[in-house]
Design a binder for this molecule. Structure first.
Ligand SMILES: NC(=O)c1ccc[n+]([C@@H]2O[C@H](COP(=O)([O-])OP(=O)(O)OC[C@H]3O[C@@H](n4cnc5c(N)ncnc54)[C@H](OP(=O)(O)O)[C@@H]3O)[C@@H](O)[C@H]2O)c1
Length: 340
């Protein structure tokens, strides 16, 4: 016996990956409903070797459904997640809406799986921002060994992090550069993204940081340890899928680069690719369609007493969103909503 599972946002980048990953990992599904906005009513999406038709989220009745994986953005989530939760269906939400509420668990299963017990507070569990998910998978095992004091992160985030529209804009703008009269003005992004990089993701905050940067700080503290100091610069780059991060870490205790490499090799969810030779490191293209967070370029930072640098790459639609959500559903299934 399995679960009755809902995917809200099934026509989007993350929703489609959720369907793929549920099928790939053979999540015990008895029945699945694919939901999106009314304009997508009847749109076909794939679930394993089946094709299912999309239903209208607005008229869907969540009564009797066990788990709903949401990937529809914060404003629509505000309307529909409470409806699902009130009907007794546990919501695993990808938007930022609930992440910072103290009674809502924010979970990366490799890092804080025990937080799943708190799902009962509101029947809602939050999934972190894509950049945070891969970062905390890398930080946690190192923190457990040498206590992290401070982290400096620069991100290189792919356009798929901005949804279907982000992918279309990079594609159309790149083609438009070569076809006179078909130039595409920026609309999803603030400046031209083709052949460019943009140090601006989400809105500006009062202190001059962006909301994306603030999210990484707040979420790392909530998931790993509030004592960790973090400063970030988040940058959009013309890559379709796969986020990269250059990470500098200062520890309380000394941690040798070879020991760090061994710790990361053993850690869940991580694949170390770290040869000091041409091509001996991971790039975003190699992370596409994979589950792992790839760690490369692990090396001592000689400007600090206890410092390390590393490079961290992952598929933002998978570990950064859909995979993490399915892993949370697996945790719920294994620990709490046991069936069969
Ligand atoms: N992309 C990432 O790397 C990433 C990572 C972490 C979290 N997230 C979060 O995941 C969510 C989805 O992102 P995405 O990249 O998949 O976006 P997307 O490709 O633009 O897809 C959005 C999905 O939401 C549906 N939707 C939007 N408004 C709706 C409404 N009012 N009612 C019903 N369905 C609605 C869309 O349906 P229609 O096709 O019918 O419009 C579509 O299925 C966002 O909250 C995003 O912040 C994304």
């Amino acid at each position: 016996m399995g679960y009755r599972v809902v995917i809200a946002g099934a026509t989007g980048n993350v929703g489609r990956e959720m369907l793929n990953i549920l099928a790939e990992r053979q999540f015990p599904v008895d029945e699945i409903a694919a939901l999106a906005s009314r304009k997508s009513l009847g749109t076909e999406v794939s679930f394993g070797d089946k094709t299912i038709k999309t239903q209208d989220l607005d008229t869907f009745d969540f009564e009797g459904w066990d788990i709903a994986l949401f990937a529809i953005g914060a404003s629509a989530t505000k309307v529909y997640a409470p409806k699902a939760a009130d009907a007794g269906c546990v919501v695993i939400d990808n938007s930022s809406l609930y992440r910072y509420e103290p009674d809502i668990p924010l979970i990366v299963p490799e890092v804080n799986p025990d937080a799943v017990e708190h799902y009962r507070n509101r029947m809602i569990i939050a999934n972190p921002n894509c950049s945070t998910a891969q970062l905390v998978v890398a930080l946690k095992p190192l923190h457990d060994r040498a206590r992290i004091k401070r982290v400096v992160v620069s991100t290189y985030q792919s356009v798929s992090g901005a949804g279907k529209d982000g992918i279309d804009e990079l594609w159309d703008q790149t083609k438009g550069m070569y076809v006179p009269g078909q130039e595409v003005e920026p609309s999803t992004f603030q400046k031209q993204i083709a052949f460019n990089v943009i140090p601006h993701i989400d809105v500006f905050m009062e202190d001059g940081s962006t909301k994306e940067e603030w999210k990484m700080v707040a979420e790392t503290k909530k998931i790993v340890d509030p004592s960790i100091k973090l400063t970030t610069t988040c940058v959009r780059v013309p890559v379709f899928v796969g986020h990269s991060e250059a990470v500098n870490i200062e520890f309380e205790d000394f941690l040798d680069e070879d020991e760090a490499r061994d710790i990361l090799r053993e850690a869940p969810g991580i694949m170390v690719i770290d040869k000091r030779e041409d091509g001996g490191y991971a790039t975003p293209i190699e992370s596409v369609g994979e589950y792992a967070t790839y760690i490369s370029r692990i090396r001592q930072d000689s400007t600090l007493d206890n410092g390390l640098n590393l490079w961290c790459v992952s598929d933002n639609l998978r570990k950064g969103a859909a995979l993490n959500a399915v892993q949370i559903a697996e945790l719920l299934g294994n620990r709490i909503l046991k069936k069969g």
